[in-house]
Ligand binder design. Sequence first.
Ligand code: WT7
Length: 585
Amino acid sequence: MTEKSSEMSDGELIEKNLAQLRLKPNLQGYDGLRRTFKWGDAEELVDWFPDGQINSVYNVIDRHALGERKDKAALIYDDGNGNVQKITFLEMYRETNKFANVLVKLGIKRQDRVFVFLQRSKELYVSFLGTIKAGAIASPMFPAFGPDAIRDRLLDSGAVALVTSSELAKRVYPIKEQLPDLKHIIVVDDADANAGEVSYQVEMESSAEDFETVPMDPEEYQFMLYTSGTTGKPKGVVHAHKGIVQQTLTSKWVLDLHDEDVYWCTADLGWVTGVVYGCLGPWSCGVTQVGLGGRFDPDLWYRSIQNHKVTVWYTAPTAVRMLMAKGDDLPAKYDLSSLRALYSVGEPLNPEGVKWALEVFDNKPFHDTWWQTETGSILITNFPEMPIKPGSMGKPLPGIEAEIVDEEGNVLPQGEEGNLVIRPGWPSMMREIWKNESKYNEYMRNGWYYTGDTAMIDDDGYFWYVGRADDVIKTSGERVGPFEVESALIEHDAVAEAGVIGKPDQLRGNIIKAFIVLTPGHAESEELKKDIQKFVKSRLAGHAYPREIDVVKTLPKTRSGKIMRRLLRAKELGLPIGDTSTLED
Ligand code: WT7
């Protein structure tokens, strides 16, 4: 409980002048709604098939394509090099229908797992949504993943198909033999695909434009995403079609999307923010979304806002800090007057970030939002109509009961730090950890869902993030499990043992730091450390490697041989060491 990065801003308040907002907030009268709102009220926001069946993608694409929004741009895809494609809801409808037909032809069955491993592109959205339409479970994978990370996910889920590009496919070949369930590799940019592979282009060309979106039981699954915990390999967090109810509601109430908005979510589709708020939720509201290719680049980002006249922008604290570091002259060069509301998620947003936005974006603050891969949509947030306390995550969504409790589940008084918990049962909550009931049960204790975060609630009911209660590392807002990094490290010849922690960092929130014991015959050198970093990057992921490595003689372990990361962390940060009664020596 040490990474208290959101210092309280003594009673500081950013008031909103509601009369001056360009559009009336969709949610008004929060206090009243918190008393009266029932989840049933939100079910009217989406369309249902007869007998209470539903398909999230019918809501995300079909209903707009079959109605008045058919010629409206769903996606403005900007590849970052000046090429801009506008794709209407009708085109998205036809394309996703065609892709669903491709899957049916390949023999993909209801609730089969189909992975999408692509850089941002039209095909990424089409294959993700087309999969869900067809009744299969879609799982996007972050394009920075290496062979080990890919294998863990495809193997655990028993994926039968993978949609990828000829470039990214190269990371799959080394592990393909280890994946007996993987029957189809669909390559988007290769018209004459390798033997045994399916050409997306060829199949799409001959595929019919009509498809009956498959009606699903609301509890059947739409997508799954692997995420990290303290121990073990990444776990498959599975989300049901019914989640679209809350994904739509929060896009309306929190992101405050209106029909005329041009909305931009900067998250990659490989993370839950990209899936839920860079795809499903906003499109369910019928809003035009910007998709930007290429890497983070302040110039490009400001230009994207200017050129596409973005009105609502959802991004992450590390990006905000990186933009801040570039100075205020840069944004002044662009016309950013289209913006009307700004949001952030993924890690604590410093009060300075919230207030910086007031300066450079003409009096518009960032609204911090809190949620997790497991929660499936925003649960605690700053709402447009509400004053902001810079540094606070805001208040629970109507329908959400959130508390601070101790290990026994007792609710703690206001102002005390403890476990942030939510009462289970919200529509977008994960339905299972794929084939791992005990992992799922670890979250559920004393009638609460334990988030793994610690927080406190102030006298006005605002929630303040304190830190993680576990060893999960948030680096640049991305979630990394120490065990995965340790596993990749010890695969390197020179590494005998490894312990991995998150180390607080001004820009990235945390960086990954590794403590390693070398195998005999290897001596510490900068060259060796670089080689180890490169090794982890290429095996695991481009973002999940240790930026700092310390060579040590031994690692602190419990008598049963478990590495005590808590001690490594305490030592690194100069914190009290705490209880060491289980220490080996
Ligand atoms: C963890 C979840 C779902 C959004 C992307 C992250 C941290 C998330 C905030 C916030 C402080 C935050 C928490 C949480 N986190 N939002 N507003 N302030 N911390 O999803 O990868 O599943 O990570 O991100 O630690 O538990 P995720």
